[in-house]
Write a protein that binds this ligand. Sequence first.
Ligand SMILES: CNc1ncnc2c1ncn2[C@@H]1O[C@H](COP(=O)(O)O)[C@@H](O)[C@H]1O
Length: 352
Amino acid sequence: MANHVVDASFTKRLPKVELHAHLTGSISVLTLHEIWKTRKAADAAFSMQDPLVALPLDKVSYDIVSFFPLFDSYIYDLCSSLSAIRFATEQVLRDFQADGVRYLELRTTPRENTLQGVTKELYVSTVLDVIDSFSHQQTEMSTYLIISVDRRNILEQAMQAVDLAIQFQNRGVVGVDLCGNPAKGDVSIFREVFDKAKAAGLKITLHFAEIPESSTREELRTLLSYEPDRLGHVVNVPDDIRDEIVSRQKDIGLELCMSCNVHAKMIPGSFGDHHFGYYWKDTQCSISLCTDDVGIFQSSVSNEYLLAAKHFGLGRDDLAKLSRRAVDSIFGGEAEKDRMRKLLSAFEKKEL
Ligand SMILES: CNc1ncnc2c1ncn2[C@@H]1O[C@H](COP(=O)(O)O)[C@@H](O)[C@H]1O
């Protein structure tokens, strides 16, 4: 059976982990449209563009310049109320579960909206309430939260994000991320922020070498000195730094986002040129295939596995191995690793 063809149904059934999913970027256009309809029905003067027009379903090619403003100038405004945040989070969880994700680490940047009475603390606790309630409704998928620091943050804002992560650690926050527009900010100001997170027992994941401007040796060495547990994207990595990451493969997992990197033209060429091929074939690094922003790039986790099969020749047994390799670097602890490995063993017994 090992040579059976890989199709979308197989990659959907495969139990998978998703470790790099930005909450707001994971909201589907249809969910955004529902939020827009509710607001429109409540207020005739509501003038925001319909998401079906602003984010056409057949458009996935946002370059790195047009991508970040989608959040600041549109999606955040649309999803500003607590009810919209609740609804969107629940739909995102449902979408991942329906795609066969059995362990999810969602990440989000604490944000506030004075007009709506939403503080950063209330935002995070609301997202955690939804995760909690979803975990009580079903047992298939476990979900944890990572709190994102935005590269544009000043030290005080970044520290506030980490303090929130620590405050909510007992409610399922497992780590801290550094994300945001890679053309902005100075990452060297965040040392004490990540030191504090580490000292509190939180794991660290960093967006790494997304664009040439954020891939100077100085920046990459600074980021590695924060002792990250995982790195996201790892696109423009010079050979010596790549070798260093590979030599630390027991300690550093890689979150690879193929569709995002191809559609946003972060790599030259297309899927077959993606560095996934190198890390899969030539290293033993823990690799997870991730969606980054499935709402924008419209490629689910199961589709990322399908793309790996199509462009790198992975068979059914390889895809199960790949899913196992991702489990090694989850932040949720040994019991969750055991649970995922058991799910994969049962799946392999039945399907391979
Ligand atoms: C190319 N990929 C990426 N690189 C860097 N940061 C990204 C990203 N995709 C998303 N974000 C970050 O996540 C926020 C949206 O989700 P949350 O409001 O936090 O849930 C964006 O504003 C951006 O800061």
